[in-house]
Design a protein around this ligand. Structure first.
Ligand code: ATP
Length: 453
């Protein structure tokens, strides 16, 4: 079962050390979250799975890790300085700003942030009586205007004037475009090939909300696939299919909770764009990842703004061209939330009791084995259990727990998704077998220690 609400997920994340509100001891800071001890393990396991499929298992893909800060012109070339904005309207009563396209969507009106201002304001005007200020409850808004989302910094400004503002990345993928030429010049990659990166991005989201779904600091896992002009269509379909497979096969997400959504309003240079959406608890279907067919826009822009020739020369035909790009861009927070939501299960035990478990794929689980001595006051059991714990820890992430009765220890591990609990009892001392308890079935089987290792 997973009719969990978002609140249930947030509460488990907090209670069991997966995710904390950012700067909580200071009262919290909006749109920022910290991953706790189990959260960082799960996050890293999702990243590893993504990296394996997109870098290690693909012969013509390589990974990079670019610097967060970039030359300020990068963000002019990318269009972010002038065009990276959300349409906001300010409440004339309390100055609270709302995101007009999202408020329209919430009352069932089709609108999105790429619409031009006049068209959006027309829709807004026609529906003003239905949109209340979430802060003061009045319906007295000014017109919608574009509000830039880039976050600025004073890196390298020693004059105090900040005449050359340096931006935090609005999206992580720009680091890939900046290194396209480096990769071509220094590796054996030949078009078509891809570059993958997981990197941080920052957006001045006016109303960060829904936990990890809309944050101001985020992480994106991106691939950019460089193809010969007009050789985009087949590769695009293949990339889409491959991404879907990762969600279903590698992460094990329920296919019924995923769907495709094609963009209706494309940016002028794009050929096609699809989102993968997940059916989030309390939120419904919403975007986890965008897959974009972007033509030669990105490299052409960087060539124009940097003055560096970014043409690719085919080593066989000597033909020169600017490659077209097929992009996949997934938010790590959103996939983390999807994985948690999908795994979250409350099982009715029939006697008025229930157990909460995370049915994570073992590869994703933060802890693989929990090791328990049956009794903590029997030194010979504890010594044997420590020996097994230390042996297992050489290969797997393990957790030691000797506190409370075994049932309680099982519940604690269920809640963090540990697939196996290993119990060391008196029989272990005699024949070297342990009880292995399965998280999902709760079945217990006796196994030789060697079988686990
Ligand atoms: P949205 O329309 O929801 O604002 P977007 O279309 O602007 O998202 P992209 O710019 O395509 O998103 O970014 C790629 C991915 O990065 C998204 O699919 C999403 O998973 C993630 N992402 C974007 N903005 C945020 C955010 N504020 N918080 C968390 N994840 C985000």
């Amino acid at each position: 079962m997973s009719d969990a609400s978002l609140e249930d997920i947030v509460s488990l994340c907090k209670r069991r050390g997966f995710v904390y509100q950012g700067s909580e001891i200071y009262g919290g800071e909006a749109g920022l979250y910290d991953f706790g001890p189990y959260g960082v393990e799960l996050l890293n396991n999702i990243k590893k799975s993504w990296w394996r499929r997109n870098v290690h298992l693909k012969e013509n893909y390589v990974g990079i890790d670019s610097a967060i800060f970039k030359h300020p012109k990068v963000w002019e070339a990318s269009g972010h300085v002038n065009g990276f904005s959300d349409p906001l309207a300010e409440c004339k009563e309390c100055h609270y700003r709302i995101r007009v396209d999202k408020e329209l969507n919430a009352i069932g009106v089709e609108a999105d942030e790429k619409m031009d201002e006049a068209a959006l304001n027309k829709l807004f005007d026609a529906n003003r009586d239905k949109i209340k200020c979430p802060n003061c409850g009045k319906k007295n808004f000014a017109e919608a205007h574009a509000f830039n989302l880039l976050v600025m910094s004073n890196l390298g400004d020693f004059t105090g004037t900040n005449e050359r503002p340096v931006y935090l990345p609005g999206e992580a993928c720009q680091g890939i475009y900046l290194n396209f030429k480096n990769v071509v010049d220094t590796t054996r990659m030949k078009v078509p090939f891809g570059i993958a990166q997981i990197g941080k991005a920052f957006r001045n989201e006016i109303s960060p909300r829904n936990f990890l779904f809309r944050t101001r600091e985020l992480e994106q896992a991106d691939t950019q696939y460089f193809v010969k002009p007009n050789e985009n269509k087949e590769a695009y379909d293949k990339i889409k299919a491959d991404r879907w497979e990762w969600y279903v096969n590698d992460l094990g997400l329920a296919e019924a909770k995923l769907r495709w959504k094609q963009h209706e309003n494309l940016v002028f240079y794009a050929k096609d764009a699809w989102d993968i959406e997940y059916n989030y608890p309390s939120l419904g279907f919403d975007e986890v990842e965008g897959i974009h067919d972007r033509t030669d826009y990105d490299l052409s822009q960087h060539m124009k703004f940097s003055g560096t020739d970014l043409n690719y020369q085919d080593p066989v035909t000597n033909e020169k061209y600017i490659p077209w790009i097929l992009e996949t861009s997934m938010g790590m927070g959103r996939i983390f939330l999807a994985v948690m939501s999908d795994a979250y299960t409350v099982e009715d035990l029939g006697n008025g009791e229930s157990r909460t478990l995370l049915k994570l794929k073992p590869e994703l689980a933060p802890v693989k084995y929990a090791v328990f001595p049956l009794l903590k006051n029997k030194p010979e059991l504890v010594a044997k259990a420590r020996e097994i714990y230390e042996q297992l820890s050489q290969q797997h992430i393990c957790e030691w727990d000797d506190n409370g009765n075994i049932g309680k220890r099982y519940r604690r591990q269920d809640e963090i998704g540990t697939p196996y609990c290993v119990v060391i009892d008196f029989q272990t001392l005699e024949d070297g077998t342990v009880t292995v308890r399965d998280r999902d079935t709760t079945e217990q089987t006796r196994k030789k220690i060697d079988e686990l290792i």
